[in-house]
Write a protein that binds this ligand. Structure first.
Ligand code: BTN
Length: 236
């Protein structure tokens, strides 16, 4: 188990900004910034991450011994860890699934978001998990652990998540991305699922055709097979 050192804050702008600051000041691998609420939480693609009290907001400083070109793989590692943690906290009938690139869904609503960023020589893994509060004003379907019948406190969810993350990081560091990719594919929308990907102000519709060995999305679109490295995906 990684010896995580948790620094707790009642309220903060963004845990990922604070983790980046600490990383630049040489904070070690496994430093965790955890806040009860964020006033300037950030999501992927420069979006806001609405962060009221009652949910989990944390950012972890990681210093894995892998080339920076492989850092995006961490998002898939984290998605598996979040999926394991929420599965352990939810009733058996809850449906936990994954959506490219790093979303974790419960009963088709997004329950967690993952943001991977580079800071100084380190990597900052930011995770937001909706435990008690459905965030207001978001444009997609949301699930919370409590709303799906889960029994969890924010700290309980954090500890489960860190334990699961430690296990998947060990597999990734030992065996590489292949087992992560295989497990992720087994838990994600099946090949052939209709997807629409937003690329800036353009939308591409097609069928999910898997992910590449580096995690890029493959989409069979009318114009042929597209390889997508960043975008926003919705089913249908
Ligand atoms: C997404 O857009 O799906 C990713 C959201 C990531 C949110 C988390 S909450 C903890 C950390 N601090 C931030 O400001 N963002 C990440």
């Amino acid at each position: 188990m990684i010896p995580f050192e948790v620094r707790h804050y009642d309220s903060i702008g963004s845990t990922s900004d604070e983790a980046a600051r600490l990383a630049a000041a040489d904070a070690p691998h496994g430093t965790v910034v955890h806040a009860d609420e964020q006033t300037a939480g950030r999501g992927r693609l420069s979006r806001r991450w609405v962060s009221p009290p009652g949910n989990l907001y944390l950012s972890i400083i990681l210093r894995p011994d892998v080339p920076a070109a492989r850092y995006a793989e961490i998002g898939f590692v984290a998605a598996l860890a979040v999926a394991d943690a929420v599965t352990a906290l939810l009733p058996r009938q809850a449906k936990v699934s994954l959506k490219w690139p790093n979303d974790v869904l419960v009963n088709d609503g997004k329950i967690a978001g993952i943001l991977v960023e580079q800071a100084a020589e380190a990597l900052v893994l930011g995770i937001g998990l909706d435990v008690l509060q459905a965030p207001n004003g978001v444009s997609y379907q949301v699930s919370t652990l409590a709303g799906c019948g889960g029994l969890a406190t924010v700290d309980g969810a954090r500890d489960k998540l860190l334990a699961a993350l430690s296990g998947w990081l060990e597999i990734w560091l030992r065996d590489g991305f292949a087992p992560i990719r295989t497990t992720w594919l087994a838990r994600a929308h099946p090949v052939g699922t209709p997807l629409t990907v937003q690329l800036g102000d353009r939308f591409v519709t097609g069928q999910f055709a898997g992910i590449e060995p580096d995690g890029a999305l493959l989409l069979d679109a009318p114009a042929g097979r597209a390889r997508i490295v960043a975008g926003d995906v919705r089913m249908g």
